[in-house]
Write a protein that binds this ligand. Structure first.
Ligand SMILES: [Zn+2]
Length: 713
């Protein structure tokens, strides 16, 4: 097939040539070898955020150049505008919002909340130089992907984009991936990886809706309720007992460009000061909104329309409330553009009386609180501490008093559960009761995930019990960087289970804090490869270390888990794994303790030879002997820019049409990476350090011992 130049005015797709894919998306494909890689829909799609990495932001060792790289033909504002417009084209057809967030410039992949981190968007956009055979790479969310990689979109600054529409088409495609969509063979689909299309087709929309549902009506518009006219206005509750000290906040959604939402406020009696109405879509969605304030006589007091594409904050203050007067608020789209759909929050404040913390007000406005009733929102302001720490759940300290979790929306019944709570005193343990779905597939697994919230004060444990309160065996998938993910097979349908969340080492500095627990039944049991195993002892210096060679043929993201046998206590011994590149630079490091499986951040390794060093750090003169196992898997398909650049590959295919790579020692394997047990690898051994004995829990939070600068592509 011949290459056809991209014509923005042509209705048909642009064929990029049969051998040139659009991207190297870290979007897992289907297939038996990667069955564990089902992309995961976002947990709170109604409150996604998107941010743009400022130039210089570290993306695995490269400084992002999103704005300078394309400046010859796009202003910084146009860069953002194209990507936001692409996002909005997806978001408007399903229950999805993306709030625009300023990006703090933290390096990509840092420890972070899977969603809702205030420092940067859940979806982050950057650009670095890559080989010129892809336009961009993106990372879909995935259950065994740790750190904050999920949702990242990285454009290739070495790729020349003949025009803005081509850039827009790439953005549309990559956002499809980060929302969980795979490639499509349909020539007009924006998910076709051989074409640049700029309009969603029915197939794209249907596949998105299969994950997130159609754009959901807000509670004021659901069922036979409908606040589209003043006589059906939603009442803003206004308890006189609070004397206007807290803001009144309600949430809504403009689901269609014709949707109008009315709210009604009967102000506090005897209050004659100013009343401020503020409509916020900025940070919540990209809705271009219009706010109108009308009094009970039908008199329009004020009308203001938003502009731009990043959402709006529109405010109007009535200087003096008229006693006994009812006011109406009308919210609608400012125009019939692409930005006519989106969610919002409305805040009403008695300016002379409000005393609530402004930062808390901001959090409640833009955070994931939109499903709360007005009375619950008031609770947050009346008891801000207890609300955040969810301490009423402290009553759930035994199976008998387990907290029964409800299915989280928009998942079908008993597929998915989520709770945010805390371990708030020493030896606190929280029990939850869940029920498995009515039907489960033959290889169904339960996946338990707990994430510490905040800058690392809590290292958790998880336990799974059956209906008879018997402890069930689990496999540790992730344990590090504030995340713990376990899976268990052999799960029965329509059956009660119990989950316990506790602290890993009670009495240390890491046994209290907030966490988010997620339980789901829609992920198959992950499969991992055994990469290396052996034993270590403290008998001699040489016995403390073992080496293995790792050869990587295709750039890919690795997930690695290190297990040590329970031969002694964790106060006496630790096992480290470090992966060094040829230049003796550590590119990955993880620590585990006897009897535990631990992981570190997922790591992207490009083709080359590496040395795996496993070493014992001990704290005793008594003899110690420990067995270890390093398991791992490429959690993405081989990705990226080097796929089609054979000159960059250290390991070549055995011959035309031969699936095997030729690895050192004439090892032939179709695998895109291999390990060789007991082979010292190519790294100069005198340049490899022996990691020290450290506080095994504190290690989780030592950035200098986490994966340092890692080449990305
Ligand atoms: Zn793609």
């Amino acid at each position: 097939m011949s290459y056809a130049a991209f014509d923005p005015f042509s209705a048909g797709p642009t064929n990029l040539g049969a051998n040139i894919p659009l991207d190297g998306a870290f979007a897992p494909q289907s297939g038996p070898s990667v069955g564990s890689m089902t992309p995961t829909p976002w947990l709170a799609p109604e409150r996604l955020t998107i941010s743009f990495a400022p130039d210089g932001t570290s993306i695995s060792g490269y400084g992002s150049q999103l704005f300078t790289a394309f400046r010859d033909w796009m202003t910084p504002n146009q860069v953002e505008a194209n990507i936001l417009k692409a996002f909005q084209q997806w978001a408007r057809v399903a229950s999805i919002n993306a709030g625009y967030l300023a990006d703090g410039g933290q390096q990509f992949g840092v420890n972070a909340l899977t969603q809702g981190d205030p420092r940067f968007g859940d979806i982050r956009v950057g650009a670095i130089p890559m080989h010129d055979d892809v336009f961009a790479v993106s990372v879909a969310k995935h259950p065994s992907l740790s750190g904050s990689w999920g949702g990242e979109i990285i454009f290739n600054t070495n790729k020349s984009y003949p025009n803005v529409n081509e850039f827009y088409a790439v953005a549309l495609h990559e956002i499809g991936h980060v929302l969980g969509l795979r490639h499509s063979a349909h020539p007009q689909s924006v998910m076709n990886d051989r074409a640049l299309n700029t309009q969603l087709i029915g197939q794209d929309i249907n596949r998105l809706r299969a994950l997130y549902g159609v754009r959901r009506l807000d509670t004021a518009d659901v069922g036979n309720k409908n606040n589209d006219s003043p006589d059906k206005a939603t009442r803003i509750e206004n308890p006189g007992s609070l004397h206007g000290t807290i803001p009144l906040i309600v949430y809504g959604d403009i689901a269609a460009s014709t949707d109008r939402d009315y709210f009604e406020l009967s102000p506090l009696s005897n209050y004659e000061g100013p009343i401020k109405f503020e409509l916020v879509s900025s940070g919540i969605s990209l809705l271009r909104a219009k706010l109108s304030i009308i009094n009970e006589n039908g008199q329009l007091l004020h009308e203001i329309s938003g502009t731009g594409i990043r959402g709006n904050r529109l405010a109007f203050t009535i200087p003096q409330a008229v006693d006994g007067m009812t006011y109406y608020v009308r919210i609608e789209a400012a125009d019939q553009s692409l930005y006519a759909q989106g969610s919002y929050a409305l805040k009403v404040t008695y300016e002379d009386a409000v005393t609530a913390d402004p930062q808390l007000i901001e959090r409640v406005l833009v955070g994931n609180y939109w499903q709360l009733k007005q009375s619950d929102v008031r609770e947050i302001f009346q008891n801000p501490q207890t609300y955040y720490f969810n301490q009423e759940l402290m009553l759930n300290d035994s199976i008998a008093t387990a907290d029964k979790l409800k299915t989280s929306l928009p998942f079908s019944t008993n597929q998915h559960f989520q709770v945010i709570a805390s371990l708030s005193y020493q030896a606190d343990i929280d029990f939850y009761e869940i029920k498995s779905p009515q039907q489960l597939g033959p290889d169904s697994a339960i996946t338990l995930a707990v994430q510490s919230i905040g800058a690392g004060p809590l290292v958790t444990t998880l336990q799974l019990f059956d209906e008879q309160q018997q402890l069930l065996p689990t496999i540790t998938r992730l344990n590090g960087n504030g995340e713990l993910v376990l899976q268990a097979a052999g799960i029965d349908a329509n059956t009660t289970y119990f989950v316990a969340v506790g602290a890993d080492q009670v009495g240390d500095n890491f046994d209290e804090g907030n966490y988010q627990l997620t339980v789901r039944f829609d992920q198959p049991l992950a499969t991992v490869d055994s990469l290396a195993d052996g034993s270590l002892s403290n008998a001699t210096a040489a016995a403390r270390r073992q080496y293995h060679a790792l050869y990587v043929a295709e750039t890919q993201m690795f997930h690695l888990a290190l297990t040590a046998s329970p031969s002694t206590t964790r106060e006496l011994a630790q096992v480290w794994v470090t992966i060094y590149n040829r230049q003796a630079k550590p590119v990955f490091r993880a620590l585990t303790t006897p009897g535990q499986t631990r992981t570190a951040k997922s790591v992207v390794l490009r083709p080359g030879s590496y040395t795996i060093q496993v070493s014992l750090a001990d704290n005793t003169l008594d003899p110690i002997s420990i067995n270890y196992a390093l398991d791992g898997t490429g959690i993405t398909d081989p990705v990226g820019p080097e796929l089609l650049d054979p000159s960059k590959k250290p390991f070549k295919k055995a011959g035309p049409g031969d699936p095997n790579y030729v690895y050192p020692g004439n090892i032939l394997s179709p695998n895109t990476y291999i390990t060789v047990n007991g082979n010292p690898g190519t790294t100069p051994q005198n340049q490899m350090q022996q990691p020290p004995f450290v506080d095994p829990n504190a290690w989780y939070w030592y950035p200098q011992w986490l994966t340092p600068t890692v080449p990305f592509m």
